[in-house]
Design a protein around this ligand. Structure first.
Ligand SMILES: [Zn+2]
Length: 306
């Protein structure tokens, strides 16, 4: 083999090598899953797009696969789509009664526990209360009162105010625990309160033989049941209603003002009236400023809680 043919042979080999390399590279960028199509970005990078989509340039180095509408599928047979099972919606038998802090109010006393049912029976028979339903506008009003209570007692300012109480009065009357414990009870612990309303008539007087001055609402100590006069509920404004509801709810949590004459200083420094007073007189400034909180606390401590 002479020198010239040798060089030609070498050239051919080189060409073949380059060609195979190019072909291999070509096969590499064209390789997608079956049914997918490959697209090339402007910088040469290859992308695969799933069936039903088309590749579009996304900047210099990318391709985005966008779904293309297929007209053929639209008419004729359509494959039924699988739907997840959805429970049929049903109107609840008892309307929602709202919540406030840790308190969960409910208008449903049928599913209540035995203690609640016992107390309800006691009111029903011994005190001759006629329990009437809470629905419509009355229920709405109760809910807005609960919403007010919730706004106030779950705020940070309220916790501050409760701790400030000791500045103006050295201790809680009729309660030996700490302020922290009270806050835990009304902000953190779950506590269900069944709410019923009564209508007072001559036949059903719903006697208020507890001498605490409260004839608009009753509650038993430590049992989550509370009874409000429907007449009062419809008449009172939301602030007053909120005060009464939280006062009675504190009774259901076990806080008492037993034996203290109403609206005197010692009475006002027991837990239920004090919290009720805070809820009633709370204002927008008190959410932010400590001085506004202090003002309300001072007012409630010194007997403004009427
Ligand atoms: Zn009370």
């Amino acid at each position: 083999m002479d020198r010239k043919t040798k060089w030609i042979f070498r050239g051919c080999m080189m060409l073949a090598f380059c060609l195979s390399l190019t072909l291999l590279a070509d096969a590499a960028w064209a390789r997608c899953r079956r049914g997918w199509r490959s697209y090339r970005a402007k910088n040469g990078r290859s992308f695969c797009c799933p069936p039903g989509t088309k590749g579009y340039y996304r900047g210099y180095r990318g391709i985005s696969c966008k779904r293309v509408a297929r007209r053929g599928r639209r008419r004729g047979y359509r494959r039924p789509t699988r739907r997840s099972y959805r429970r049929p919606t049903r109107r609840p038998r008892f309307e929602r009664a709202g919540y406030a802090g840790s308190l969960r109010f409910s208008f449903n006393s049928i599913q209540a526990n035995a203690a609640v049912r016992r107390v309800k029976t006691k009111y029903f028979h011994r005190k001759r209360c006629r329990v009437v339903g809470l629905y419509g506008r009355s229920a709405q009003k109760f809910r807005s009162a609960a919403a007010r209570i919730n706004r106030v007692i779950s705020s940070r300012g309220f916790s501050n105010a409760m701790h400030m109480h000791h500045r103006y009065y050295r201790r809680w009357e009729r309660y030996n625990g700490s302020t922290k414990k009270i806050l835990y009870h009304i902000q953190r612990r779950r506590w269900k309160v069944v709410v019923n309303s009564f209508a007072r008539t001559r036949k059903y007087p719903c006697r208020a033989d507890v001498a605490n001055g409260h004839t608009n609402a009753f509650a038993n100590l430590g049992v989550g049941f509370l009874l409000i006069s429907k007449n009062y509920l419809n008449r009172a404004n939301v602030r007053d209603l909120a005060r009464t509801v939280i006062h009675e709810a504190m009774h259901t949590l076990g806080y008492s003002h037993r034996g203290l004459p109403a609206w005197r200083k010692r009475y006002n420094n027991t837990v239920p009236p004090f919290v009720g007073c805070l809820v009633k007189y709370w204002n927008n400034a008190a959410y932010r400023s400590r001085s506004a909180q202090a003002k309300i606390v001072r007012y409630c401590t010194t007997g403004g809680g009427k």
